[in-house]
Design a protein around this ligand. Structure first.
Ligand SMILES: Cc1ncc(COP(=O)(O)O)c(C=O)c1O
Length: 380
């Protein structure tokens, strides 16, 4: 056996000892076209070839996210990097931020605000519920001093999609900056950056675009970038103004970018265009989500999210009394289907089915059939 083949086999044994279909919360299964393109040999991120790749990718993202006024930037990090950057670049030291919390990732935003020496004022909803525009209106009337509002577009821990357009409208009416964690939404839920009036929207590569982890995508408004000029201590690695400068001057990033992921993103954006554009792509996501929700309901299970606010990327399912949600996760894993366990306090009472990345209709049917068998076994 050639050395190459031997090493590959060893690595495969380490991470893929048994075949599994991924219905995870991320990283998700990547599209084969993406993995194929990511094998391309590396080159310098200061070369003219890289500049062409970077520019082309940004322009395709601008189209997908409907950005004409803002700046789309690429970061060599996971999405949380931009979460931290939003606070360090656009909120004054000791400034106040209204953090809306509908689950674990809203909690994370609060921690990030506090870890960076700013004050978090929280608006917390019951798990399963979104933030309603009236909730935000009330919180902003009570806390007029906040500089910004954070919104988790899609709360991965509970499978709830917030009404982002409406929330952004309320925050803007009060003159606040709007920071949006779109980590598990971008690429599957609509985003109209200019029209909806947001200031920072960020995501990670390993979610709805179906790429490997390591790349974060951020969009920033002119208003936010103007404010950053007056903020001291923006740091170095995540100084957004440095990213703008390097992109404007040389279509690159201040430090080395994850070139394979950027190639992968470029491939996906081209595939979306070939499919017919954003509408068709988002329809694909909605159809998948509906197929999974309907399948789960047919098995007599309930969806955790409030009706009308169900996520297009992850379905959180309530388990029947006396059944352990984590055991469902484990039994499905043994059957070759990697779902996502319930998050934090809901580990036993729920389990989650991710629908991002490379998943076929047949995979969904297979997963639902196996889920039916697992439930039958456990309810015996
Ligand atoms: C809604 C949400 N926000 C933030 C994160 C953190 O993203 P990353 O791990 O890319 O930093 C995740 C990851 O699952 C997420 O789902």
């Amino acid at each position: 056996m050639s050395l190459n083949k031997k090493i590959l086999e060893e690595i495969n044994k380490l991470v893929w000892s048994s075949p599994k279909k991924l219905f995870t919360a991320g990283p998700v299964a990547c599209f084969p076209e993406v993995l194929e393109a990511m094998k391309i040999q590396m080159f310098s991120h200061r070369s003219k070839e890289y500049r062409a790749l970077h520019k082309d990718t940004i322009e395709r993202l601008e189209k997908f996210l409907e950005v004409k006024e803002g700046k789309v930037l690429l970061f060599p990090s996971s999405g949380t990097g931009i979460m931290e950057a939003s606070i360090r670049n656009f909120v004054q030291i000791k400034g106040n931020v209204l953090v809306t919390i509908i689950g674990a990732f809203g909690e994370r935003y609060k921690e990030v605000v506090e870890a960076n020496g700013r004050k978090a004022i929280t608006l917390v909803k019951n798990p399963g519920d979104p933030v309603f525009p009236d909730d935000l209106e009330e919180a902003l009337v009570k806390n007029p001093e906040v500089e910004a509002v954070t919104i988790t577009y899609n709360e991965t821990s509970t499978g709830v999609l917030n009404p982002l357009k409406e929330l952004s409208y309320v925050a803007k009416k009060h003159g606040k900056l709007v920071f949006v964690d779109a980590v598990s939404a971008m690429g599957a839920a609509e985003i109209k950056f200019d029209e909806w009036g947001m200031d920072v929207v960020f995501s990670s590569s390993q979610k709805a675009f179906g790429l490997p982890p390591g790349l974060a995508i951020g969009v920033f408004s002119k208003e936010a970038l103007k404010k950053a000029e007056k903020i001291t201590n923006r740091g170095w690695y995540f100084d957004v103004l440095e990213y703008v400068k390097t992109q404007e001057e040389e279509w690159s990033t201040p430090s080395t970018p994850p070139i394979p992921q950027i190639i992968g993103l470029n491939v996906i954006l081209r595939m979306i265009e070939e499919m017919g554009g954003k509408k068709q792509w988002l329809n694909m996501y909605n159809e998948r989500a509906e197929m999974i929700r309907n399948g789960v309901k047919r098995l007599g299970l309930e969806i955790f999210a409030r009706r009308g606010y169900e996520s297009p990327t992850i379905t959180c399912v309530k388990v029947p009394v006396n059944i352990d949600g984590y055991e469902i996760y484990e039994r499905m894993r043994k059957r070759g289907y990697e779902l996502a366990a319930g998050y934090g306090p809901f580990k036993k009472t729920t389990f989650r089915i991710g629908h991002m990345g490379y998943i076929t209709k047949e995979d969904i049917e297979g997963m639902l059939n196996n889920l039916a068998i697992v439930l039958e076994e456990m309810l015996k």
